[in-house]
Write a protein of this length. Structure first.
Length: 149
């Protein structure tokens, strides 16, 4: 499972012109499931997202998590996080989970984040989405439950 985590001042996702998820200060997470991801991968990503200390404390140091600041999380399903672009110019998505297993994994991460006390908004699975965000920093963190990077 992979996630691109961005610290944002605000973010929103729309489908066919309808806002389906919106947050103020918090994290925008693009989430993709790999073939074979299971409970360990879900727990790893949820705990990392909830606990990443990438918000500034009173001294201007990145010491606070999204939980610490009372921020929200907007999770957007994005199979493209599983892209492999090491060869050629066209990315391969062979490691991405099929929608039938990716959607339950996506939902499980959302539920795991909520279980950690976070307010979570989402995009819509298998929909064409427009995502707007105002990155704060900018801060972008890459997470991989297989710890490939």
């Amino acid at each position: 499972m992979r996630a691109v985590v961005q610290r944002v001042s605000r973010a929103r996702v729309t489908v066919a012109g309808e806002c389906v998820g919106s947050i103020d200060a918090g994290l925008l997470v693009y989430l993709g499931a790999a073939d074979g991801d299971g409970p360990t991968d879900i727990a790893y990503i949820a705990e990392k997202v909830a606990g990443l200390r990438i918000f500034q404390d009173g001294e201007g140091k990145m010491n606070l998590s999204v939980r610490d600041i009372g921020g929200k999380v907007l999770v957007v399903p994005a199979f493209t996080t599983m892209a492999d672009a090491r060869q050629g110019r066209r990315p391969a998505f062979i490691k991405a989970a099929r929608p039938e297993s990716a959607e339950p994994a996506f939902r499980a991460v959302v539920d795991a984040l909520a279980a950690r006390g976070l307010t979570v908004e989402t995009g819509r699975f298998r929909e064409s989405m427009a995502v707007e965000s105002e990155n704060a920093g900018p801060i972008c963190i890459l997470l991989d439950s297989a710890k490939l990077f």
